[in-house]
Design a protein around this ligand. Structure first.
Ligand SMILES: O=C(O)CCC(=O)C(=O)O
Length: 297
């Protein structure tokens, strides 16, 4: 459970770092499952439904940016989300109805694993209200050297920055020279394996390349209140499904309670992630193919 001070800190700053978010047993099991997936990726030569490959990936030297939708790849990731200390933290921050928006396991390979350019998750998937957040569970220690998450405190109360590039497409990254982007305020979130970051859906965040000889493994669960419904963007795939499947998809993502059928509409700033970049396979591909300007030199 979070203390009142932690909740106040999150509300004020739009992020939080929590230690021991899961038990040592849960951590060890998730870590092992992740290593097994990286092992399996040796047989893969192109990014697919499960693996997002980083430059230089090969059978001899597996290099992934990401394992996609881990909660669908192994039921244990879903079990931890719905039956652990994380579940109670979500209840405290989002209430008695909570849905998973998406999950991803960013495994940033050693020696140069790709940066994630600064962005707001909200730019990818605006909803009817912004009671949404991302939990980032460290499956291994995260240090200054291996590409930790960085956040701009208080940015969740500011504008949605322009995430379109000079090419005129949604590139999933803010322009480092945007006057509303004060990089000097950045806070770096490091910690022991088992620690967990929480950032609000509008908090500006990013992470540098992995400059160490160890992987940087963070499992992200991105969640929202059950009365926040997608406007456009990442949740848009729902509209392509037949109605019965739309509903089944929503119900498959219920973490706590039930979805509300009366969306809560709030006067939140919104930009739509359009037109799309040429490759929408992952944030790494959106940023690269969309021509994002790098903040990490
Ligand atoms: O892996 C990271 O450092 C950040 C990930 C992130 O923000 C994302 O995938 O949207």
């Amino acid at each position: 459970m979070l203390s009142r001070e932690q909740i106040e800190f999150y509300n004020e700053n739009g992020y939080l770092l929590v230690e021991n978010a899961v038990s040592p047993e849960e951590l060890a099991k998730m870590h092992q499952i992740t290593l097994d997936f990286i092992e399996k990726s040796r047989n893969v030569t192109e990014s697919d439904e499960v693996f997002d490959l980083d430059k230089g990936h090969s059978a001899e030297n597996p290099r992934l940016t990401r394992i996609k939708l881990p909660h669908k790849q192994d039921p244990y990731f879903w079990q931890v989300l719905t039956q652990s200390r994380i579940t109670e933290i979500l209840r405290q921050l989002l209430g008695d109805s909570v849905l998973l928006q998406t999950s991803k396991l960013n495994t940033k390979a050693p020696d140069g694993g790709a940066a994630v350019e600064w962005h707001q998750d909200w730019a990818f998937y605006p909803h009817t209200n912004d009671d949404m957040l991302a939990c980032g569970l460290f499956l291994e220690d995260v240090t200054e050297e291996n590409g930790p998450l960085q956040v701009i405190p208080g940015s969740h109360k500011g504008p949605v920055l322009d995430h379109n590039s000079a090419q005129g497409v949604f590139c999933g990254a803010a322009d480092p020279d945007d006057p509303d982007f004060d990089i000097d305020k950045a806070v770096t979130l490091c910690g022991k394996a088992g620690s967990m970051t929480i950032h609000h859906v509008r908090t500006l965040h990013g992470s540098a390349p992995n400059r160490s000889d160890r992987a940087r493994m963070i499992l992200f669960y991105e969640c929202g209140a059950g009365d926040a419904w997608p406007l456009m963007g990442a949740g848009n795939y729902l509209q392509r499904l037949p109605q019965g499947e739309q509903w089944a998809d929503v119900m498959d993502r219920v973490i706590i309670g039930e979805p509300a059928l009366q969306p809560r509409m709030e006067a939140v700033p919104v930009r739509l992630p359009l037109p799309p970049s040429p490759d929408i396979g992952s944030i790494f591909k959106v940023q690269e193919s969309g021509g994002a300007k790098s903040a990490f030199g």
